[in-house]
Write a protein that binds this ligand. Sequence first.
Ligand SMILES: *[C@@H]1O[C@H](CO)[C@@H](O)[C@H](O)[C@H]1NC(C)=O
Length: 361
Amino acid sequence: MFAFASLSIFASLVTAIPLIARSPSPSCTITSIDDVAACKKSCTDISIGDFTVPAGQTLDLTDLLTGTTVTFTGTLCFGYKEWTGPLVSVSGTDVHIVGAPGSVLDGDGARWWDTKGGNGGKKKPKFFAAHGLKSSSITGLTLKNTPVQAFSISGVEDLLLSSITINNKDGDVNDLGHNTDAFDVGSSDGVTIEGATVYNQDDCLAVNSGRNINFLNCFCSGGHGISIGSVGGRKNNEVRGVTIKDSTVVDSDNGIRIKTVSGTTGSVSDVTYSGITLKNISKRGIVIQQDYENGSPTGVPTDGVPITDLTITNVKGTVTSSATQIYVLCAQDACSDWEWSGVEISGGKYSDCKNAPSGTC
Ligand SMILES: *[C@@H]1O[C@H](CO)[C@@H](O)[C@H](O)[C@H]1NC(C)=O
């Protein structure tokens, strides 16, 4: 009896070992779009090598298992189709998206670029949808030549985007690239973007709504500046708690800007820009306007989206000779509790400010 019992214990140990080894492997490699669905259901360590996502399809990394890490290791390309995208989509909790050194997500945007961006011409796919991520990070990704907007960040809670490169320099040739916003943020609570390097042709950051948004140690070139807005006319029109710090804007239309949409409602509050260096800004160093409309501002500010508790400190640099240093167009009593210090912008025309709180510009 004793011997038999020992034998059965031994036998169950022997079978247990292969069972552990055979349990579903948590890691897998995607080398084709056909691998994605099965892989994201069973793996928490996913690596994505060289391949081309077929035209008109999304690399669908939504609903990843909690705790999943996705590492891009090679060159990801995308087939050509006129459609709205996105080319890549991710969602989940405790998800970590990593770009290994040398990896690139290459949009080859020139196939779509026609100077019109999202306003007409060819239908262009948005690039990277980071929607509904919770307690997650995106690190070290390089996006090249996005057809139109790069990152759409929406409905997230607690997301860190660090050391991301967006290089759309090729779109500067003949102004072909348009509306290639780097980071569009909406309806999110807790987004930190740090150490980004951006060469594009529209906003480097655009916060439409959300709370607790940080933009730190970033470099922006070729675009429209670091923006809040446009705010108003969407489902969510509240921006509260934005810190933009220690960043540089060069060769761009604007340095920093806040734009609220004419005739709408909402609010912009508790915003800080500090330690911003500007160079070769061709329209406005600082621009705050409450008359915005896509394409053409009305010239008449409206008071439905007040801008309050705005701190601007240590914003320094140069604008070109035809540019305006500071432009503020507020409706009466719609801009209050502003604190500005250490704003030193040279070149261009002096400031043009309406209804700015006293002691600011
Ligand atoms: C200034 O910026 C513009 C883009 O706004 C660019 O075309 C031009 O080359 C830049 N000038 C210098 C001297 O870098």
